[in-house]
Design a protein around this ligand. Sequence first.
Ligand code: NAD
Ligand code: ZN
Ligand code: ZN
Length: 343
Amino acid sequence: MEFMKAGQYLGKEKIGLTKIPKPSIFENEARIRVEYAGICGTDMMIYKGKHPRATAPTILGHEFSGTIDEIKSDSSYKVGDKVVVEPTISCGVCPPCQQGQTHICQNLKLIGIDMDGGFAEYVRVPIRNLHRVPKDFPSSLASMAEPLAVAIHTVRRSTLKVGENVSILGAGPIGILIGMVAKMNGAKNVFISDISSYRLEKARQLGLQAINASNKNVVDEVFKRTNNELIDVVFEVAGTQTTMDQMVELIKSQGQIVVVSVFKNNPNINLAAMHFNEISLTTTRCYSRSDFLTALDMMISKEMVRNSLSTIVSHELDIEELAKGFSLMQGSENSLKILIKSE
Ligand SMILES: NC(=O)c1ccc[n+]([C@@H]2O[C@H](COP(=O)([O-])OP(=O)(O)OC[C@H]3O[C@@H](n4cnc5c(N)ncnc54)[C@H](O)[C@@H]3O)[C@@H](O)[C@H]2O)c1
Ligand SMILES: [Zn+2]
Ligand SMILES: [Zn+2]
């Protein structure tokens, strides 16, 4: 039997590097030799024991790219093809699936959350979750198709129009990518706040208007910089009570708040203030296949997108350093997107 290195989530704040058998595959599946896998805010929720579904032991990692090592299917894919994995698995029979909205499947599962994922040398994946990547395209960037797809889906769920003001609360990878996509869609001012000066500096490099929430009142600062114009669309991507309060204070009458963060406990939302000003509240989950394909197309065809993705990578670590990656991500001060290399 052949073995591989894998970083397993073993319970609250425990990540262990183990040697386990290489996964076997069945009909219509491929075994991927992972090259890069990104650590995501959702992995951190799991790590902290705050995710609603994930259980130990699981190999995490739902943002990954690699090459096909073995395949059992008649498809056009072959061994050696470079691929990125779209990690969502829907049931196909629940009401949202029946209506074609497979990303909000009532039984939605993700490779790397509900089943073994990309923090390993090899991973078993259904063929229908694969997307081909050009041979010369960097696998490190390809692994970021998933968070970019989240940002594209989020902006598509919004009512954002050319010339409007946007405020993003939280400059993690998702918040920053939403900012980039909003700018590409013609937003006028794109403000982004965080408590990490490191992350805000990265956001600034991408042309976003950074506000440090640890030493500035975000609402006052936005009003000052817009001459009290207020904000048309607020994206809440920090997942804190503070930002849940700010989002209602920042938004203009009849504006739209989009909550991207995942909450395990219910936060308080000032619905009375929203009611008096006819504010819309939208939520967003994952991405559709079309969002994922757009993410791939954008990164392959636009140099600006590739440069932005490279800018948000703070560390590339070997799989042996996975636990270090998780501990670096615990504080947002010196990390942003951490990629784990398992070659
Ligand atoms: N809707 C979806 O399908 C979807 C997909 C991916 C991620 N998410 C969620 O989106 C959120 C962001 O993801 P991420 O990967 O960027 O996570 P992240 O943890 O890297 O980013 C959150 C950021 O919020 C910042 N923050 C904390 N307190 C703040 C405050 N008071 N004001 C401003 N910023 C503050 C943190 O410093 C951090 O930079 C997470 O909750 C994640 O679970 C949702
Ligand atoms: Zn993710
Ligand atoms: Zn379903």
